[in-house]
Structure formats: structure tokens, C-alpha cells
Design a protein around this ligand. Structure first.
Ligand code: UDP
Length: 245
């Protein structure tokens, strides 16, 4: 395995380290999480291990179905080897059903079906609480080109179609999700993660959230929800409370 050199990124649920190979990085998924731009912090036992397995499953499936991404291979319980991309500082949110910040912004209740898919762009500027922008803002300040944004838009819609279908088959409704992309030797790759930390998943029958919203809104059974998504998606069952020292 490549040995790690420096920490290059730290997100809500993971740390990314550079390696001696300049084209590769290692992602460490963590149990720690936070919400509301760091105001609420906590730990979801087993989340690091579960998200590592869910991301392996998602990225492998997405690659097979034509969405190039940074995933190379899972290394161990909580880490994976990925291609070291130059992250584009614009996140892409895809929405099928109203929830979260969209409900607040447009005043429609959670659960409202959208006639068409909504795609939003946010700048990855945490000090400004990741402002919502449109394509002309992004090209105006040269964070990405129109061509790059077209590629990201196309992949975002493709991920939506693949994920909606995959989740539907296991009794889960895909409400919305957030993606990040990076540049890698002239190519745009899907990066970051696709997990219950970055997607809203509702049980199709009960409409109960099976994602990070259980932590955000203190709905209880947070760990159980993550285990449930992993189990339905991959058949894996992890032993409960396998806490790291
Ligand atoms: N999301 C994310 N990281 C963020 C903010 C949002 O992964 O920093 C995901 C979130 O889990 C949801 C989607 O993006 O699946 C849309 O989130 P929204 O804008 O509604 O914001 P939120 O209500 O999550 O703050």
C-alpha cells in the first residue's frame, strides 16, 4: 500500500491523505459527523466502515454503468484508495422531491414531488455557508468552464437515473443528493462520496429517512438506518458496536 504523506482534505465524514504516488490518495471514512456548518457534532458508531462499503458498492456500480469516478479499491475496513483529483470547488445537488434547504427556500413542504429534476450548484466556501449560485456565477469567477459544467450536469443526471432505479429495487426512494467532481489528467471524474451522509434516502413504504437527517433532526435509530441501507444494498451485515479504540 502507498504510504500516506499529508492531509489534503477533511470533510464532514472523512479525511483524505496524499500518498507517495502523486496520482493517488487515501480516503479514511470516520464515525464522526457534524451538521449545521459544525454547530451540531456527534458520532455514529460504525458509520466509517458502513460508508466505506457503501461507497465501494456505489462507485463500482456507477463505473460499470458509464460514470467515471475516482474509486480504485477498498483498502481495509475504513479506508479506500482513490485517484487524486483536483476537486472543483462547486458541489452539485440533484433533487427529485422537495426536502431540506429547498423546502425552506421555496416554501413547499417536504415530500412534494417535483415535475422535473432540479439541479443546483453551491460554491464549496464553508465560511460563506456554501452559497447557492448559478452557472453564470461559476464561469464568471472561473471556478469551472461551461464545458466542464456541461459534463458535470450530464453525469449528475445519469447518477440520478442509476441511483433512483437501484434504490427503488431495495425499497428506498431517492429524494436528493450532493455530488462533487474533480479534474484528473484532463478528465472530469465523480469524486467525494455517495452514501447516506450525502443522499436523502426514504424508506419507500414508511417514508422514514434512512440517512444523516436522522442525526440532524434527532430522530433516533441513526446507526440502525445506516446498517439497514448497507444491508439492503450489499447484503452485508456488520457486527454492531465495532468501535475503534
Ligand atoms: N448535502 C451534503 N452536504 C452538505 C449539504 C447537503 O451532502 O454540506 C446533501 C444532503 O444530505 C441532501 C442534499 O445534499 O441529500 C441536499 O441538501 P440540502 O440543500 O437540502 O441541505 P441540507 O438540508 O442538507 O442542509
Amino acid at each position: 500500500m502507498d504510504s500516506i504523506t499529508e492531509l489534503i482534505a477533511e470533510g464532514k465524514g472523512k479525511k483524505v491523505y496524499a500518498t507517495e504516488n502523486p496520482d493517488e490518495a487515501i480516503v479514511f471514512y470516520r464515525d464522526e459527523t457534524y451538521a449545521y456548518h459544525g454547530l451540531k457534532r456527534g458520532r455514529i458508531i460504525g458509520k466509517g466502515e458502513i460508508n466505506n462499503l457503501i461507497c465501494e458498492h456505489m462507485f463500482t456500480m456507477l463505473k460499470e454503468k458509464g460514470v467515471p469516478n475516482h474509486f480504485i479499491r477498498r483498502i481495509d475496513k475504513t479506508s479506500s484508495l482513490v485517484k487524486r483529483v483536483d476537486i472543483i470547488p462547486v458541489s452539485v445537488k440533484v433533487r427529485n422531491i422537495v426536502a431540506g434547504s429547498l423546502a425552506k427556500r421555496i416554501g413547499y413542504p417536504d415530500g412534494t414531488h417535483l415535475k422535473n429534476t432540479v439541479v443546483e450548484y453551491n460554491l464549496k466556501y464553508p465560511e460563506l455557508e456554501d452559497p447557492l449560485v448559478n452557472i453564470t456565477h461559476i464561469t464568471a469567477v472561473e471556478l469551472a468552464t461551461r464545458e466542464e459544467l456541461d459534463v458535470m450536469f450530464g453525469y449528475a443526471l445519469k447518477v440520478n437515473e442509476i441511483l433512483k432505479e437501484t434504490m427503488k429495487e431495495i425499497g428506498i426512494e431517492l429524494i436528493d443528493f450532493k455530488l462533487e467532481f474533480g479534474r484528473y489528467h484532463g478528465q472530469i471524474l465523480l469524486a467525494d462520496e455517495v452514501s447516506p451522509d450525502t443522499c436523502r434516502f426514504w424508506d419507500s413504504r414508511t417514508h422514514e429517512p434512512l440517512d444523516i437527517d436522522r442525526f440532524r433532526h434527532e430522530l433516533g435509530n441513526v446507526e440502525e438506518a445506516y446498517h439497514e441501507v448497507l444491508h439492503r444494498l450489499t447484503g452485508n451485515v456488520l457486527k454492531n458496536n465495532e468501535e475503534e479504540a
